[in-house]
Design a protein around this ligand. Structure first.
Ligand SMILES: NCc1[nH]cc(CCC(=O)O)c1CC(=O)O
Length: 316
């Protein structure tokens, strides 16, 4: 490959500044160094402060929802201030702005949610009225669906902030993605993984995506060497499902694709925000039909839900 980055002309990797985002950017840099036998100085990690990082005291859906953490990074990418942007795919809208391409995924981490209770206890053993901290509409609805007797406490901030809130007694327990804990190397956190049959994760949970300007030939070549095929195939189905559901941060939606030989299975769940109703189903087909499987599953769930399933959106 001609025109490889070098320390005098480093390739700029844009990221948010949270510890998890930085870990993901470093993983991206390390993989690029290994794939092209380059020194780490050939890359520069550029930290971008986003509005979502600055506002910590309000629920995400009030300040702009999904895309809030990524729009400003995408502006820097379009303006040429960075060469690629590293994202948690779980936080990415299904469509990218014109001029940008998102088709490079790193190998997916553990997709499961984890139950975190520093003062002990199990998820099934929680006493009625226990305070559970989460700001995720999906986790809140899934939990209330099974345990309407629990109390949900709004809980934003990065992994470290949430753990501090638990210590301070704001809530008794919380949920975090295993992927985040693993990528941060936080094996000391008392985390119990929850089986996906028990709590279906968010679409794209555990996957890192790398975005580039569509016309940047160098970035296209560099990222082609990093792309993980199976992760891309699973996300194609999950994101087609999300797109057909018109999913945003404001709707409790879960979805997970798994591969077995030439077959892809996609399980999806949609819930009323208060947890009073949950609908789920699974579709299986050929891996290359992932996008159609996603759309088909979404449409059948929406048909069962009927008009008004998500109507709380206009009600409050
Ligand atoms: N919405 C925040 C967010 N985005 C991605 C992750 C975790 C890592 C991942 O799923 O890749 C988290 C935190 C969490 O849910 O615990």
């Amino acid at each position: 490959m001609k025109n490889l980055p070098d320390p005098r002309n480093p390739f700029r990797i844009g990221t948010r500044g949270s510890p998890l985002a930085l870990a993901q950017a470093h993983e991206t840099r390390d993989r690029l160094c290994a794939a092209f036998d380059l020194p780490s100085e050939a890359f520069e990690i550029v930290v971008i402060k986003t509005t979502g990082d600055a506002i910590l005291d309000r629920p995400l859906k009030e300040i702009g929802g999904k895309g809030l953490f990524t729009r400003e990074i995408e502006d820097d990418l379009l303006a040429g201030r960075i060469d690629i942007a590293v994202h948690s795919m779980k936080d990415m809208p299904v469509q990218q702005p014109g001029g940008l391409t998102l088709d490079c995924y790193l190998p997916r981490e553990d997709v499961r949610d984890a139950f975190i209770a520093p003062s002990g206890g199990t998820l099934s053993g929680l006493a009625p009225g226990t305070k559970v901290g989460t700001s995720s509409l999906r986790r809140k609805a899934q939990l209330l669906n099974r345990r309407p007797d629990l109390e949900i406490v709004e809980f934003r901030g990065n992994v470290q902030t949430r753990l501090k809130k638990l210590e301070a007694g704001v809530a008794h327990c919380t949920f975090l993605a295993m992927a985040g804990l693993n990528r941060l190397g936080m094996s000391d956190v008392p985390a119990t993984p929850i089986a996906t049959e028990e709590m279906l994760p968010a679409v794209a949970q555990g996957a890192i995506g790398i975005e580039r300007r569509s016309d940047d030939g160098r970035a296209t070549e560099l990222l082609a060497a990093l792309h993980h095929l199976e992760t891309g195939q699973r996300l194609a189905a999950e994101r087609a499902y999300l797109a057909a559901l018109d999913g945003s941060c404001e709707t409790p939606i879960a979805g997970l694709a798994t591969l077995d030989g030439t077959t892809l299975s996609l399980r999806g769940e949609i819930l009323r925000t208060d947890g009073s109703e949950a609908l789920s189903d699974t579709r299986t087909g050929l891996i290359e039909d992932g996008a159609a499987i996603g759309k088909d599953l979404a449409e059948s769930l929406l048909a069962r839900a009927g008009h008004g399933f998500f109507d709380w959106r206009t009600a409050s």
